[in-house]
Ligand binder design. Structure first.
Ligand code: ATR
Length: 273
């Protein structure tokens, strides 16, 4: 059996957990996979990707800051990648390089399958309107929420996303000041947690039984989830499960095999704490 070659590609990637995750999946399934981490300086992305695929690589996971470049580079796009306008998974096929986006299904899988959080018929608030949020709105709307509200510090960006996704479900845009009523699920897709900052969201959108989800993760609660807890929210989730589930979906695209994400999830969680 010949070795399959895949890698995560980004800048920086030194701390990426993708090599660990994919190697664990391969081990589980008895697959001979060599999975590396390729750090490339800005300006050489397309050239580096073409080179790897010419060398026989099967797939690449694309991370910050190259998801938009990967979207432009792909010969073909999955419907989800087209809507997201970003690609996190490249697959080298006989027909060319196919671009996928598994971030949104990773989030939805983590919420609905791993955490048993119902999205169908629910009122969902998404904070942020950058690339990370654009990647998840399609799969969230596929779950047919009652309403999905996007709010952002720069409200114009939330309105632009609303216009793009309006054909796919009940999506609205609102400024943080105009949010009304409470939400069943509140998802933080801003990068504020990276700076230890909080999106300036009113606590009135929360109930004790609201589930909050921060697409970031870390050793401790993110600033956003810690704030939600201080407001009386009892169920706060972070993005580690999204990371593992998006990886599992990418692995399936490349190999046709379905890994068991749970032992990998448990091992990563243990290491973080
Ligand atoms: P990403 O790829 O992580 O989505 P991005 O496209 O730069 O990165 O988007 C970052 C998002 O986080 C934006 O919604 C940004 O709000 P603005 O559009 O108003 O810039 C949001 N964000 C970043 N820092 C924030 C902060 N301190 N408070 C509130 N929102 C913040």
């Amino acid at each position: 059996m010949s070795t399959m070659h895949c890698a995560v590609i980004g800048y920086p990637v030194a701390h990426s957990k993708s090599p660990r995750i994919h190697s664990a999946f391969a081990l589980q399934l008895g697959l001979d996979l060599a999975y590396g981490a390729i750090e490339i300086t800005p300006g050489t992305f397309a050239e580096q990707v073409q080179k790897r695929f010419q060398e026989g690589y099967t797939g690449l996971n694309v991370t910050v800051p190259y998801k938009e470049e990967a979207y432009v580079l792909a010969d073909e796009l999955s419907p989800r990648a087209r809507l997201a306008a970003a690609v996190n998974t490249l697959h080298h096929t006989p027909d060319g390089i196919v671009g996928h986006n598994t971030d949104g299904i990773g989030l939805v899988h983590d919420l609905t399958e791993r955490q048993s959080v119902e999205l169908h018929g629910k009122r969902i608030l998404v904070l942020g309107a950058g690339g990370a949020v654009r990647g998840v709105l399609g799969p969230l709307l596929e779950k047919q929420p009652r309403e999905l509200v996007v709010t952002n510090r720069t409200v114009l960006k939330a309105e632009q996303l609303r216009d793009i996704f309006a054909p796919f479900g009940p999506i609205h845009a609102a400024s943080m000041d105009d949010l009304s009523g409470t939400f069943d699920v509140v998802i933080n897709g801003t990068s504020a947690s990276l700076q230890g900052a909080l999106p300036n969201m009113p606590a009135t959108v929360l109930r004790p039984d609201t589930v909050t989800y921060d697409m970031m993760y870390g050793a401790n609660d993110t600033a956003f989830n810690a704030w939600a807890q201080s407001q009386g929210v009892t169920r706060t989730l972070d993005g580690l499960g999204m990371l593992v589930s998006q990886a599992a979906a990418a692995f399936t695209i490349w190999t046709g095999l379905t890994p068991d994400a749970e032992p990998v999830m448990t091992a990563l969680r243990r290491e973080l704490t």
